[in-house]
Design a protein. Structure first.
Length: 180
């Protein structure tokens, strides 16, 4: 029992120590902007973001192209992404999983795996019926003109390459991300 406690404690310390605890992101899908917050103070704003083709709201299933509302953390950072950088979110959240379980979208075993991952401060399974691989990313080699015209992602939040570079100076794994 002591060994499990020590392992969980080490995981918690390493997870929470990587991001500044007072920096967090507020993503406003209506205003199409990301506010970089320090406590309640906005320290920088990144405008003209793109979201999922299906808009933003409650994700119902993988492939619905919806950017999910909710509170997440950055679970991993992909520096070698096709989109320049990829800040993967801890989607699905426990709330997402509870709603999906009630609707019959996921089964109890999947719900339990998501719950355990969050309890251990790990990234939840990314291959569930709810989908996964939701994050904040740049354009990579994509055409910036398309980015300016319409929402084009499969549920992620997209920024221009200079914007994702700017954002990377503020965030890391563990940073809280609230999407509304």
């Amino acid at each position: 029992m002591l060994r499990i406690y020590l392992i969980l404690t080490c995981c918690l310390i390493s997870f929470t120590a990587t991001a500044e605890s007072n920096i967090w992101l507020l993503i406003d899908t209506n205003a199409k902007k990301i506010e970089i917050k320090q406590g309640e103070k906005t320290v920088e704003v990144l405008n003209k973001i793109a979201i999922g083709r299906g808009g933003a709201g409650l994700k119902n299933h993988r492939g619905d192209n919806i950017t999910p509302f909710g509170s997440y953390k950055i679970g991993w950072v992909g520096e070698k992404s096709n989109f320049r950088r990829f800040f993967g979110l801890t989607y699905p959240s426990v709330d997402d999983a509870e709603q999906a379980l009630k609707k019959g979208v996921i089964d109890q075993l999947t719900y339990d795996k998501i719950l355990i991952a969050h309890h251990l401060h790990q990234t939840p399974p990314q291959n569930t019926a709810l989908g996964g691989q939701i994050g904040i990313h740049g354009l990579g080699n994509a055409d910036e003109r398309i980015h300016q015209v319409f929402d084009w992602t499969h549920g992620c939040i997209a920024l221009t390459n200079p914007q994702i570079d700017q954002l990377s100076q503020w965030v890391d794994t563990g940073t809280v991300v609230k999407i509304k």
